[in-house]
Every structure is written in C-alpha cells, then in structure tokens.
Design a protein around this ligand. Structure first.
Ligand SMILES: Cc1ncc(COP(=O)(O)O)c(C=O)c1O
Length: 406
C-alpha cells in the first residue's frame, strides 16, 4: 500500500485546512513509552488503540514499532488484518461473531466483554485449546472518588466484579471445554488520567488474582495515559506505580503487562492548520472566519480551550489591539466558534491559526459535514509528505449509486 506523495514546493501548495503530523514528536513519545516499559516491566506488549486515530499511515507506523493492534469492532479487526498486523488485541462489546471466533482460533488476545461471547464460545465447541481474557468492570469511582469518567453512574464495559457477574463468567468459562482464561483486562476511562487510577487498576488485578486463584499470563491495564505534556505524569511515573503494586502478586517473568495507549501517543504530535478567509464586524462582535472548523479539532464539542499559535501573513496591519475577536469555522452552524482572541491586533485574511495537540479522537470522529476529510501531511525533517489526500466529492461518492445512473 502506498500513502506517500511528495509535496513539491510551490507547485503543490498545501491547501488548508489540513492536519500535520510531526514525526519527531510522535517518535519521541514512542521511545519514552518503550523505555519506561523496559525499565519497570520488561515483559510488556503495547497494543495501539486504533479508535483513537485510525489514519492508515499512523497504523502502519505503529506496526513498524512492533506494537500490536488494539481493536474494538469487526471493521477495525479487518483493518488490522488488511494492514498486515500479525498480533491483535480484540476488545469491546460489539465484536462480530465471525471475527471473534477467527481471533480466538488464531491465538490473538481476545477480551470478553459480553454474555453473548460466552455463548459463541460454547456453541463453537472448539477442539483445540483457545485462550481468552475477561474485561473486569469494577467500581473505580469508589476507589478514586471524583475521578472515574462516568462518576456515580459507573462504567458499562466488562463483567461486574462487585455484583458477582465476573465470578459467574469465570465459572461459565470453566465449564466450556478447551477454553482457558489467560488474562484480565481492566481499562478504565477517567477524568483525571492520574497515577491513582493506575494504582487502583493494579490493586484490582492483585485482588482478583488472590481471591479467584487465577493463573494469569497477562494483565491488560488498557490506555488512558497522558503523553507529551511536561506538567503531567509521564510514562515512567505510570509504570513505576503499576509495577510497584503488581509486584505484590505478579512478576514480569510469568506475567505480561499489556498497555493500550492511544491519546498519549497521537495527541501531541498532530497540528491542524487553518487560514483566515474573512474578517467581519457586526454591531455585536468582530468575527474571524477561517477555513477550519471545530468539528475537526473538537468533534464532541467539549473542549474549553485549545493549544494554538497564530502566524501573521506579511502586509500592513492595524497595530491597535482589538478587545475581542471570535475565531469561527467554515460550517454553517452558529456554534462553530473555536475561541475568543482577546486584546490582540486584528487578524487579516491569509493569517494562519494552527491548533496543536489535536491528534486524538479528532480525525476519526469528524463527520463528513459540508466539507470532506482534510488532507494529512507528515513533517519528517525538512520534508513534507502527504499521507492522506484531501477527500473530494469523488471519495464521498465511492460505492454508492445515484438516480441519474439508474
Ligand atoms: C479498551 C480501551 N483501550 C484503550 C483506549 C485508549 O484510551 P486513550 O486514547 O485515552 O489512551 C480506550 C479508550 O477509551 C479503550 O476503551
């Protein structure tokens, strides 16, 4: 598969908006992840979380690093196969039956999440031993008050430890011939991404090991780490805590630690570049219209602030400061407003606003709304390489028929 198209200087001007991947930042993050694991739990596997950013170039790059694919649907599973991944971690509640059984038989890591997967295993009546894991649903909010992403409502994935469903699933597995429990999966989403979360996850793994008397080949602590932010915990801080707690019950000699990072790897290295296309005053506001959109950097409309910088194009400028400039996007939605620039000289057409650290849950969550997917470029040293061309009406129409064609 070929994704690389060189940008030849002026001739192929890079049309905004586009995403820009800084390969050096991406690779620095990968290196610090590998070093931290090597120091604190050398028997470790990294499963890159496909859903966080499934750009094919990124997925291939992660494979080249020796990372496994962490997928949560039949489509993602098939994408991993298409890209030639030979190691897959299959998670989530909506696995397809075919790919679920294929993955179990192929010896991939499959973490059960729902009752129907136990039924599929029983019905399949496998004759050769297969190994599976179970996703544990546990009360993170009770262990880390105020930190679990769903708070008092609790998480919805996996089998509940507290209400006995996890034990029932273990019992059912024991009754299915040729199926053996190989590991547990304890990913938790949190509001804080704090070290406490990973302390709690590791404590839970130890508790389950002690109470259920399990022989486990792997503990999968999932993803959810910070990455690329100097004032936040670093990989070595997370793995130090995890290793200190896990060492009470496990050792790297016998038990593999699986991690499933997404955001921590791909958020920081990716920018989104936009250009000012109009400067418009109304009686109430000064609007700066750009060719970018909030749907490309905050598709869930939740962010309260952005990391960004502004490149002012050359030309004569008003030097006095504008009190407020509302930076807005290309969609026709009134709420496509990104931020308010305060007490800065007025922006002008041709100026660029570059949003930083926007690689996670953006490209893969953006809708095909009004404009299609932007191009993605890779910055490698002095070179800039196109790793995804901008989508046009042509890509949008692929695989569909229209009335004029009958
Ligand atoms: C099971 C699982 N693993 C890994 C991840 C990746 O998390 P993050 O992108 O926060 O690292 C998620 C995200 O929700 C997940 O659900």
């Amino acid at each position: 598969m070929e994704y690389r198209v060189k940008v030849n200087g002026e001739r192929d001007k890079m049309r905004t908006p586009y995403y820009l991947i800084h390969e050096n930042i991406l690779d620095d993050g990968i290196k610090s992840l590998k070093e931290a694991l090597g120091e604190y739990w050398p028997n470790a596997v990294v499963g890159y979380s496909f859903k966080t950013n499934s750009l094919p170039w990124i997925l291939s790059h992660m494979k080249e690093q020796g990372f496994w694919a962490e997928v949560v649907s039949e489509d993602e599973y098939e994408l991993a196969e298409c890209l030639g991944y030979s190691h897959i971690i299959y998670n989530g509640p909506v696995k397809g039956k075919d790919s679920f059984l294929r993955a179990c038989k192929a010896g991939h890591i499959v973490n059960l999440d729902s009752a129907r997967e136990l039924v599929w295993l029983r019905e399949a009546a496998v004759e050769k031993e297969v190994h599976v894991g179970i996703r544990v649903n546990f009360d993170l909010e009770a262990m880390c008050p105020g930190e679990a992403s769903e708070g008092e409502e609790g998480g919805r994935f996996g089998f509940s430890y507290e209400n006995g469903s996890f034990q029932e699933a273990l019992d059912e597995l024991k009754r299915i011939p040729h199926v053996r429990l190989a590991g547990i999966h304890l990913h938790c989403s949190s509001k804080t991404r704090s070290l406490n979360i990973y302390r709690a996850i590791a404590q839970m793994a130890c508790r389950i090991h002690r109470e259920c008397g399990l022989k486990l080949d792997y503990i999968d602590v999932g993803g959810g780490f910070f990455g690329g932010l100097p004032d936040k915990p670093q990989y070595k801080d997370y793995f130090k805590v995890i290793s200190e707690v896990l060492s009470e019950e496990f050792s790297p000699r016998d038990t593999c630690l699986i991690v499933e990072p997404g955001t921590s790897l791909v958020s920081a290295p990716i920018d989104y570049v936009t250009t000012v296309i109009d400067v418009k005053a109304t009686n109430r506001n000064q609007f700066i219209v750009t060719d970018g959109s909030r749907i490309h950097v905050d598709p869930r409309m939740r962010k309260e602030h952005y990391f960004y910088h502004v490149h002012r194009a050359n030309g004569s400028r008003q030097e006095s400061e504008e009190h407020r400039q509302i930076i807005s996007g290309f969609t026709c939605m009134e709420d496509d407003r990104l931020f308010c620039l305060e007490d800065e000289p007025l922006l002008a057409c041709g100026d660029q606003i570059v949003y930083e650290k926007v690689g996670a849950y953006t490209m893969c969550l953006s809708p095909l709304f009004i404009e299609y997917f932007p191009a993605v470029y890779l910055k490698r040293g002095d070179e800039t390489i196109c790793v995804r061309e901008r989508w046009t009406a042509h890509e949008y129409m692929q695989g569909t028929s229209n009335r004029s064609e009958g």
